[in-house]
Design a protein around this ligand. Structure first.
Ligand code: IMP
Ligand code: MG
Length: 178
């Protein structure tokens, strides 16, 4: 068990389970992008560890870019997405893969996706480590998802609670308050 600020978390998904799922996702991407040269857009901050593990298993040529959007404060979405770091690369006619840590309400990806499509990308797909399908509030097509989880707040493997907990190798779930 770990404690971050006012919350206690217990282990939920082990590093080994995560590694297996990331490897399976890499296999799918390797099959689909074999002869392509896509741009991976890694969404900061949460996706940095997932992206580092994922790209080292990709066997096709690709470029990596980073972008930053923000909607979360504490454990709740603020419902509005801000572009904090923009992209410096020309996406015209490029295949784009968005690399994201988690899709919760889908609001972030629901904004990011059309923004990238509007830059003239040929294709835009989402590759996400985790999805909480029970919480999706906007229609969103996620082609590449490593794992689905129930509607719980989690930390670790890049994901944070108020900026903390990204360093844990495993994924932890918040303990319900008794
Ligand atoms: P959405 O816009 O509601 O889909 O939220 C997506 C963003 O919220 C993700 O990129 C995460 O940074 C953050 N987020 C959503 N759920 C969690 C969670 O359980 N733990 C930590 N961050 C989360
Ligand atoms: Mg995020």
């Amino acid at each position: 068990m770990i404690t971050i600020k006012d919350k206690q978390f217990e282990i939920f998904i082990s590093h080994q389970q995560i590694a297996d799922k990331v490897a399976a996702l890499a296999t799918r991407l390797n099959a689909d992008y074999q002869d392509k040269n896509p741009v991976l857009i890694v969404i900061l901050n949460g996706a940095f560890i997932f992206a580092a593990d994922l790209v080292r298993q990709l066997t096709f040529n690709h470029e990596i870019q980073f972008a930053k959007f923000s909607s979360y404060q504490g454990m709740e979405t603020t419902g509005e997405v801000k572009e904090l770091i923009g992209l410096s690369i020309d996406l015209k006619d490029r295949d784009v893969i968005i690399v994201e840590d988690i899709v919760d309400t889908g609001i972030t990806m629901g904004e990011v996706l059309p923004t990238l499509q509007a830059k003239g990308a040929k294709t835009v797909e989402i590759a996400v480590l985790l999805m909480k399908p029970g919480k999706l509030r906007v229609p969103l097509s996620v082609k590449y998802c490593a794992m689905e989880i129930p509607n719980e707040f989690i930390v670790g493997y890049g994901l944070d609670y108020d900026g903390l907990g990204r360093n844990y190798k495993d994924i932890y779930v918040v303990k319900s308050e008794e």
